[in-house]
Design a protein around this ligand. Structure first.
Ligand SMILES: [Zn+2]
Length: 455
C-alpha cells in the first residue's frame, strides 16, 4: 500500500470485515481519496454510528478528500440516509455521494489538523417503537378464531415491482401497452424537468409531457421521482431543486392522490449537500428506492433465467423482488422478446405474487410494521377488535389485508364482518391452501371491527 495513512485505520483496513484488536471501526473503512502524499487520516468509533475522523496534514498544503465507506448490510449496517458530517464547531460539512451509493461518502477538507464527526441522526427519536410481530396476531379461544395481518396484500406470498428508469419514449410506446396486456402495474422513474438552456441533454419527458400526464391520470401505473434532470447537483440549493421540482411536477399530474413516492437519484450522478438524505425524503414524501434492485438490461446476460431464479427465491422466502429496466425494444437495453419472457414468468407465478407499484409495496410494508391489533372482547358469537396504524393516512393509503382462520375451517358466506358504523365489510375466501382462510381489506388507520361467525 503506497498510500500513507494513520495506524488505527491501517489496522482496520487490514482486518477487513473480521475485526480484531483496538482498531474496530464497526466495518467502516476510512481513507484519503486518490491521494499519495504525506497527509494522513485516522478514525475512531466513539459510539455506535458515531465516527471521529482526524486529519494529520504533515507537510501537505493542497486540499484533501476523506473517503468513508459505511457497511450497508449485516448487523453493523449504518442507516446511510440518516448520516451527516459535522466539523469541530458543529457546522454541517459538504459531502459528495454518488446517486445510488449513499453509504460512500467523500468529504472535502482543507489540509489542516482538525477533527470531524460522521454520525447518524435518528429520525425516529421520541417516536413510539414499532409493535412486535406478535402484536399483529389475535388468537381467541371463545370464537376459536385466529386473526392476523397478511405479510403482503391479499395474502400473496411475495411482492414484485417492475421499474422503468429515465422517462424514455419506449416506456410509453412499448412498456405501458405490454404491461396492460398482462394486467401488471409498473413504476416509472421520470425526469420531468424542462430541457435546460445550454445543455445538450434532451428532455424526453418534456417532448411527451401530455402522454405522461395521461398515464399519470389513468392511474394504473405509478410515477416516481428520478430527479428533474438526471444530472449532478452541487450544493443544497441545486439538490433541493432537482428533487423538489420533480416531486412537484409529479404531484401536479396526480391531484388528490397520496403524495408519497419512490426516489432514485440515478446512476452516474453525484450529489453534494450538507444535509442528510432524510431531509429530502421527509420534505418531499419520498423513500429511497435506489438499492436492492436487479437490473434487467440484456447486456448483463441471461436476464430471463436470472429473473426466474430470483422470483422463485423471493416467493420461497416471502420477500419483495425489485427489478428495473431502461429502454425496451430491438437494439435497446432490453429486447421486447426478453421483456415479455420475464413477464410470462411473472404471469405463471401470479397467484403467489403481489405485482404492484414501489410506493404501494413500500406503504403496505410501513403500515403493517406500525400496526397493532387489539382484542376488545369476544364471546362464542362475536369477536370485536381494533386495528391501529401509526402511519399518516394521507400518505399511507394502501389497504391492509387481514386474514381469519379457524381450526375446522370457515366459510366466507357464513362470516359477517362489520365496521364500527355497522357497515358490512366484504370478505372473500382464500386461495385454497388447505387451511381455510378468509380475507378482508381495511384502511390503514385506527378503527374497530366485529367478526361474527354464524353457526
Ligand atoms: Zn437513470
Amino acid at each position: 500500500m503506497s498510500r500513507r495513512i494513520g495506524l488505527p485505520v491501517l489496522l482496520a483496513l487490514a482486518a477487513g470485515p473480521c475485526e480484531s484488536g483496538g482498531a474496530d471501526l464497526g466495518g467502516v473503512t476510512v481513507s484519503l481519496d486518490a491521494y499519495r502524499g504525506p497527509a494522513s487520516v485516522t478514525a475512531e468509533l466513539e459510539a455506535p454510528f458515531r465516527l471521529r475522523l482526524a486529519v494529520h496534514p504533515a507537510e501537505e498544503e493542497g486540499a484533501l478528500v476523506i473517503r468513508v465507506v459505511l457497511p450497508k448490510t449485516g448487523p453493523r449496517a449504518w442507516p446511510a440516509e440518516d448520516v451527516e458530517v459535522r466539523d469541530s464547531r458543529g457546522e454541517a460539512m459538504m459531502v459528495r455521494r454518488a446517486g445510488i451509493e449513499w453509504a460512500r461518502l467523500l468529504i472535502p477538507v482543507p489540509a489542516v489538523a482538525a477533527s470531524y464527526v460522521v454520525r447518524v441522526v435518528d429520525p425516529r427519536a421520541g417516536e413510539s417503537p414499532k409493535p412486535p410481530e406478535s402484536a399483529r396476531i389475535i388468537m381467541d379461544a371463545p370464537t376459536g378464531l385466529r386473526l392476523g395481518i397478511a405479510r403482503w396484500y391479499d395474502g400473496r406470498r411475495a411482492a414484485l415491482s417492475i421499474r422503468f428508469d429515465d422517462s424514455h419514449p419506449t416506456h410509453l410506446t412499448r412498456a405501458v401497452p405490454i404491461l396492460r396486456e398482462y394486467g401488471f402495474r409498473g413504476t416509472f422513474m421520470v425526469n420531468p424537468g424542462a430541457a435546460e438552456p445550454g445543455s445538450r441533454r434532451r428532455s424526453d419527458f418534456a417532448e411527451r409531457a401530455a402522454e405522461w400526464r395521461a398515464l399519470a391520470q389513468q392511474g394504473d401505473h405509478e410515477l416516481a421521482n428520478h430527479t428533474a434532470h438526471h444530472r449532478d447537483a452541487k450544493g443544497d440549493e441545486e439538490m433541493e431543486a432537482e428533487i423538489g421540482d420533480a416531486a412537484r411536477a409529479i404531484w401536479a399530474m396526480t391531484p388528490g392522490k397520496s403524495t408519497l413516492m419512490a426516489l432514485n437519484l440515478g446512476g452516474g450522478t453525484f450529489w453534494e449537500t450538507t444535509r442528510n438524505l432524510r431531509y429530502y425524503l421527509d420534505r418531499y414524501h419520498l423513500f429511497d428506492a435506489s438499492g436492492n434492485s436487479t437490473g434487467m438490461d440484456d447486456s448483463y446476460g441471461d436476464r430471463v433465467g436470472n429473473f426466474r431464479r430470483m422470483l422463485e427465491q423471493h416467493i420461497e422466502r416471502g420477500l419483495w423482488l425489485r427489478v428495473h429496466y431502461h429502454y425496451i425494444g430491438e437494439g435497446l437495453s432490453s429486447s421486447e422478446a426478453n421483456f415479455r419472457a420475464a413477464l410470462d414468468i411473472a404471469k405463471a407465478h401470479q397467484s403467489a405474487l403481489w405485482i404492484a407499484g414501489m410506493a404501494d409495496i413500500h406503504k403496505y410494508q410501513t403500515e403493517r410494521e406500525s400496526a397493532r391489533l387489539t382484542l376488545l372482547g369476544s364471546d362464542d358469537a362475536r369477536l370485536k377488535f381494533r386495528i391501529a396504524c401509526q402511519t399518516d393516512p394521507e400518505l399511507h393509503d394502501q389497504p391492509l389485508t387481514l386474514e381469519i382462520t379457524r381450526s375446522g375451517g370457515l366459510d366466507a358466506s357464513r362470516v359477517a364482518i362489520q365496521d364500527e358504523g355497522g357497515m358490512a365489510v366484504p370478505v372473500r375466501d382464500g386461495d385454497g391452501t388447505g387451511d381455510a382462510v378468509l380475507r378482508f381489506d381495511v384502511a390503514p388507520s385506527e378503527a374497530t371491527y366485529s367478526i361474527e361467525p354464524k353457526p
